[in-house]
Design a protein around this ligand. Structure first.
Ligand code: C5P
Length: 232
């Protein structure tokens, strides 16, 4: 394996807590996801701090607004040197984000249907398709509009890889090794299964962040993936 596919979700409230975790992961993980909580708590200054230290940042803001607002926000994110930014996979939102990132190195990821959505939420959207149909429809549209990748449940990864071909980046949260606590995740696969099904990156939070030794846990997951690849 040449590339470390682990992105650790910094689901923490402050920069201090995030720094302490990152320090414990030094040498094992270099890619971090900052979501709304930490962004609201520590702001873009912390994003810049990580980038200045040579770390890669996935900014999970799931932008969803009028096109001009999305475009302007994306321009600002692109200036920071962030590697991945999420936007909802809705046509006007995605077009605006693609325009905003221009020729920067920022890669855009589409969020198709939130995995927390159930039948009532779909009804509120007025959607007549099933969730898998809607996921595939939005993912295809995302790629056709120039979005670089899709955030997907590991249970959708194989179907999406088949539908989209080899190029789009597939990122899967919701992975757990055998024996790890599921927390509030309902539909999980192991890291090795997700990679086998076509994921390029795995977003992992609590299995690593709540482990007694986060670096050892990350190493264990990398071993698991490597071993699974060898036996595939
Ligand atoms: O702790 P855990 O590994 O469950 O964390 C998963 C991370 O991935 C969290 O930051 C969560 O917000 C994010 N995520 C997810 N499921 C999705 C999309 C994002 O769990 N469908």
């Amino acid at each position: 394996m040449t590339r470390n596919p682990i992105i650790v979700a910094l689901d923490l409230e402050s920069a201090d807590k995030a720094r302490a975790l990152i320090e414990r992961l030094a040498g094992r993980v270099n890619f971090y996801k900052i979501g709304m909580e930490l962004y609201a708590g520590a702001g873009v200054a912390f994003v810049r701090e990580l980038i200045d230290e040579g770390k890669e940042v996935f900014l999970d803001l799931k932008l969803y607004d009028i096109p001009e607002t999305v475009r302007r926000a994306t321009v600002q994110v692109a200036r920071t040197g962030v590697r991945f930014l999420t936007v909802h996979a809705v046509g006007s939102v995605m077009r605006a984000a693609v325009e905003g990132r221009g020729d920067s190195g920022l890669q855009l990821l589409g969020v198709t249907v939130l995995t927390s959505f159930g039948p009532e939420d779909l009804e509120d959207l007025g959607a007549t398709q099933t969730i898998p149909e809607l996921v595939e429809h939005r993912a295809r549209k995302a790629v056709s509009l120039g979005i670089d990748g899709i955030v997907a449940s590991p249970l959708e990864a194989a179907a999406l890889r088949q539908a989209l071909g080899p190029k789009p980046i597939l990122i899967t949260p919701g992975v757990r090794s055998h024996g790890a606590a599921w927390g509030d995740q309902k539909r999980v696969a192991t890291p090795a299964e997700a990679m086998r099904d076509g994921a390029d990156y795995l977003v992992i939070g609590r299995q690593i962040t709540c482990a007694p030794d986060p670096a050892a846990e990350a190493a264990r997951i990398l071993d698991e993936i490597g071993a699974a690849w060898l036996s595939a």
